[in-house]
Design a protein around this ligand. Sequence first.
Ligand SMILES: CC1=C(/C=C/C(C)=C/C=C/C(C)=C/C=O)C(C)(C)CCC1
Ligand SMILES: [Fe+2]
Length: 285
Amino acid sequence: MQNMKHPPAFWLFPIGLVFAVAVSLLPGQWPLYVVLGVATALLGLPHGSLDTAVAKRYLPLGNPLRLGGFFAAYLALSAAVIAVWWQVPDIALAVFLVYSAVHFGDDVAARIGRVGGTGYGLWIISLPVVFQADVVVPLFEMLGSTRPELIVRAAPWSLALGGALLLMGLLSHQSREVSDWRDPLLLVVAAWLLHPLAYFIAYWCFLHSPRHLMLAAQDLGLNSWGEKLRAVAPTTLATYALAIAAIPFLIGLPADAMLMRLIFVGLAALTVPHMVVEFIAEARR
Ligand SMILES: CC1=C(/C=C/C(C)=C/C=C/C(C)=C/C=O)C(C)(C)CCC1
Ligand SMILES: [Fe+2]
């Protein structure tokens, strides 16, 4: 069965894929890293920045003290993730991949269920690891992993598990939408053809983030682009400032490893409190 209207980013995602193909065709690795940085900053990050507005709507943050407490708790959770990454990067990376899969499941869970959604997330994360293992291994190493081959060995199993759960979710929910099966199929082609970072840009910046942004903005009653921009701008700018403040701690690493850590360890750190906020909001919606 189809809904009357496609979920947000139905057309944006194929456009993102074409863009990712174009980026992968550029010579050398730098265009890819630059596009990853710019697309993350402009298209990916802002969806998490709505957390401030979401928290104000669903938590009793009426006075500045409580709002300050919220930010302190949010940042403390992020700092804890970074501390764990520092100590045990292999475990932190593996756990990050799993909770990212659960988080990506939110794209579809409203229609195909939480289990189907988690399958969808596992499918998305496992595809590039299975199809492009030799490109993914040095990327994981840049994130501090010393045993990336363990993740590569597990990936076909998590892909199969993800595929099975996704299929069950799709088959058992009449409320499934075209995009819920079209996108996982498009991602197979993308994982096969594209550099894993180009694949990630297409999915994260052109599907996951805009979809979340539009749905959360709808929920918050932010209708115009001006209202959306005003809601995300302060937190997005504060996140840029935090990322810049982290750079001195990464001096000494090669530039590509520095960018990889900034982006992915940063995402690992921000996604934990982001998921907590979403969990609380979901329960109260
Ligand atoms: C590092 C890395 C990967 C994993 C990225 C992940 C897991 C990102 C999670 C982002 C989140 C949770 C964003 C929240 O909105 C890939 C694509 C498998 C392969 C390339 C290197
Ligand atoms: Fe997200």
